[in-house]
Design a protein around this ligand. Sequence first.
Ligand code: PRP
Length: 181
Amino acid sequence: MWEQNDIKKVLFSEEEIIKRTKEIGEQITEDYRNNENPMLLVGLLRGSVPFLAELIKHIDLDVQYDFMDVQSYAGTESQGDIKILKDLDTSIKGFDILLVEDIVDTGKTIETVVETLLHKGAASVKIVTLLDKPSRRVANAYADYIGFEVENEFVVGYGMDFDQKYRNLPYIGVLKDECYK
Ligand code: PRP
């Protein structure tokens, strides 16, 4: 395989990811079954795409999905400063939103996006992430549904990149140090 010299170890295989995603989808189905508001999954581009694509297959409810693309303001360390590169096409007033992430790291992205979605009139916002890296948390923001917790390692695959590479790997692996240092 083209990537095998770059990957130090596989953390989660495709089978493990699908199995865990199915469990989360079933849990979400149970939790939202009696909600009366329309439901929208919001994927943050680009990393969330493979996870969102798998997750929607396991949510047995009337659910829509849409995408946003946001970027932290370069050169600032301040919390909560993001630029919206692509906004939602859906008007979300009164919607129950599930924000879909590939990874929650410092937590700054979800903290700010949740605030933005509530400001736009969402009835509720919860967060579902494939990976959680709690050791890196800076913001006071946490996911409601978590696939797997990971150590502070450089992970790629299943949507996650280094320099736009490796997003297409069907598994999650740790990149060799020499590939990104
Ligand atoms: C990654 C990831 C999250 C964010 C998490 O996105 O997809 O959105 O960083 O980091 P935080 O918790 O420290 O805010 P990135 O900006 O790399 O874009 P991508 O999804 O296009 O890879």
